[in-house]
Write a protein that binds this ligand. Structure first.
Ligand code: GRF
Length: 203
């Protein structure tokens, strides 16, 4: 399974994928990393792993559609089986997402459908929920609204702030993403009209 990774920042999820492949626990290949930011640490991680890494910056294009066309044109040319949004922080046009339905996933730091969008950890704290977590889902035209494949849960503890809570969630994101990719690589994940079915997993 050929993976193209999109990331805007730190790239710890990209690193988790690279480490799993290097350790022989994920049967996949990262064919490159793409970012909207030149200074993304994710690009450094990709280059350190000997991969192609590209920054395609919105400011170099007239509008979002032109940026999307350049970015996703480059991604398509690389020929991935799956596009993995791992901390890609920019809105993507609906057409781009619809055209890649079932071939693009995202990791989002909340238990979807709760807390779509930004600042999920602070919003979870403000809402007083006892549990928080992360979700991996297929990307559709609705922001953070596509079918969920898998989730990881963590407790919200007394005294948590957005920093402690996000660190606890991130600690689970890496294994969640690796495990989800293993399922997809093994052909166990099926996208139906009523949601995602994972073969071998009880509902
Ligand atoms: C993660 O929390 C991910 O869920 C969110 O952005 C963050 C990216 O972290 N979409 P990293 O760049 O992978 O370290």
């Amino acid at each position: 399974m050929r993976l193209a990774v999109l990331a805007s920042g730190r790239g710890s999820n990209l690193q988790a994928i690279l480490d799993a492949i290097a350790a022989g626990t994920l049967d996949a290949e990262v064919i490159g990393a793409w970012s909207d930011r030149k200074d993304a640490q994710a690009l450094v991680r990709a280059r350190d792993a000997g991969l192609q890494a590209h920054a395609i910056r919105p400011r170099d294009f007239a509008d979002r559609a032109a940026h999307d066309a350049a970015l996703f044109g480059a991604l398509d040319a690389a020929g991935p089986d799956l596009i993995v949004c791992a901390g890609y922080m920019r809105l993507i046009g609906a057409e781009v997402m619809t055209a890649r339905a079932g071939r693009m996933i995202n990791i989002h730091p909340s238990l979807l459908p709760d807390f779509k969008g930004l600042h999920t950890h602070q919003r979870a704290l403000d809402a007083g929920v006892p549990e928080h977590g992360a979700s991996v889902h297929y990307v559709t035209a609705e922001l953070d609204g596509g079918p969920v494949i898998a989730q990881a849960r963590v407790p919200v503890l007394p005294g948590d702030d957005a920093g402690t809570l996000s660190a606890r969630v991130l600690g689970r994101e890496h294994s969640l993403l690796r495990e989800t990719l293993r399922w997809i690589a093994a052909g166990r994940v099926r996208l139906h009209e009523d949601g995602v079915h994972v073969d071998g997993q009880r509902a």
